[in-house]
Write a protein that binds this ligand. Structure first.
Ligand code: NDP
Ligand code: PYC
Length: 341
């Protein structure tokens, strides 16, 4: 089943952003939504997170065509409680809602030491590191998670129930260093990556999923039709369940199973909420902040001393590379996007 890699089209990041925006505007998104979506997919492509880069524009377009996203949604910000800001995305994609809520979240975190942003009624496909990195850029510690569609079998089960439910954490670092940041699906891999394997007709690694009969499979299409497995067995399964709860019912929004039911076979991106938490080291530590944040640095040094790498290191290296050299887009994806622009 092994196939040759697709030929690649080289572009600058600026040209890629122009193409992304042209696709979104042409397909009917308003200027604000298009700008926010463009920032997200260009950040994904720039950091070589291809499953959440320009490829996602195809989902944005098909979700709009299916009537499952509001193309000109204006998020509404509500001051819910001293430590909670709520943003109603009004059926639009999550990115603009996050951007609207971030300044209030940061202010509340600085006042209280810890604060939460609950985004409701959003259509969602974002890589969460984008949001957590924005929080660390304000000197805050960040945590984010959300459900998706019911695509993942609970550990020990054989039928899709949980979402691919990402969890991201970011820690600001001194001296202009990029943050310590991890961001992973609680499934063995993001579903978007399996979609890319299917597009390239490549077999997926063992252990990522099962077919509709509950049998282990390395056929991407069969797994997309069956269920993904959780990472780390029962541990990923429990984390995914926690995310269903704290970024679903706790914030008055849908679980992954409810999101899939809402989709009703239309094939749109998931529709649910997102929970984002920010913590202010200054409030926790006062004058001792510098001392304790340096102890975090000692931990990172000890990890690197073992020749282990920090999460996001690959991403930051890709960022440097694509800024210099531009991006390489599979030709067939480039042609699809030009057709839509
Ligand atoms: P990966 O398994 O590729 O990576 C997960 C994390 O682990 C990254 O931070 C990565 O850093 C780090 N990492 C990978 N290898 C190592 C290593 N050897 N040592 C240390 N750290 C390592 O990601 P996933 O497939 O789980 O998720 C991909 C993306 O999909 C995420 O951005 C997630 O937010 C997104 N997603 C979004 C969903 C949504 O509902 N919106 C649903 C599911 C996923 P690095 O990037 O540097 O490799
Ligand atoms: O890749 O699993 C995924 C995903 C779901 C929603 C956005 N990305």
């Amino acid at each position: 089943m092994s196939q040759p890699s697709p030929t690649m089209h080289r572009m600058t990041l600026d040209d890629a952003a122009v193409l992304a925006r042209a696709v979104l505007i042409r397909q009917g998104f308003n200027a604000e939504q298009s700008q926010a979506l463009t920032r997200a997919v260009i950040a994904g492509e720039r950091d070589a997170c291809h499953s959440h880069g320009l490829y996602r524009l195809l989902n944005c377009v098909s979700t709009l065509a299916a009537g499952k996203v509001v193309a000109d949604a204006q998020p509404e910000v509500h001051d819910q409680a001293p430590g909670i800001v709520r943003v109603d995305a009004k059926g639009g994609f999550s990115q603009l809602a996050f951007e609207a809520g971030l300044p209030v979240l940061a202010t509340k975190a600085r006042e209280q030491g810890i604060a939460a942003l609950a985004i409701n009624h959003c259509v969602h496909f974002s890589a969460l590191w984008i949001e957590v990195e924005a929080i660390t850029e304000l000197g805050l510690v960040g945590l984010a998670c959300n459900p998706s569609h019911a695509w993942v079998a609970p550990a020990g089960g054989t039928r899709p129930l949980l979402g691919t439910n990402p969890l991201a954490f970011g820690w600001p670092r001194p001296d202009g260093q990029p943050p310590y940041l991890f961001d992973f699906a609680t499934s063995a891999i993001a579903r978007g990556d399996i979609e890319l394997y299917r597009r390239e007709q490549r077999p997926i690694p063992e252990g990522w999923g099962i077919d509709r009969h509950g049998q282990p499979s390395q056929d991407a299409a069969a797994v997309l039709d069956g269920a993904l497995l959780t990472f780390g067995g029962h541990k990923g399964s429990a984390l995914a369940t926690m995310i269903e709860l704290i970024a679903g019912p706790l914030i008055g929004d849908l679980t992954s199973a409810e999101s899939l039911a809402h989709d009703d076979g239309a094939g749109g991106s998931p529709y649910h909420g997102e929970l984002i938490i920010a913590m202010d080291p200054e409030r926790f530590l006062g004058d001792t902040r510098e001392h304790y944040m340096r102890r975090g640095e000692a931990l990172f040094d000890a990890i690197i001393d073992q020749d282990a790498r920090l999460p996001s290191q690959r991403r930051y290296a890709a960022r440097e590379r694509t800024r210099r050299e531009g991006i390489h887009l599979p030709d067939h994806l480039y042609r699809e996007l030009v057709e839509l622009s």
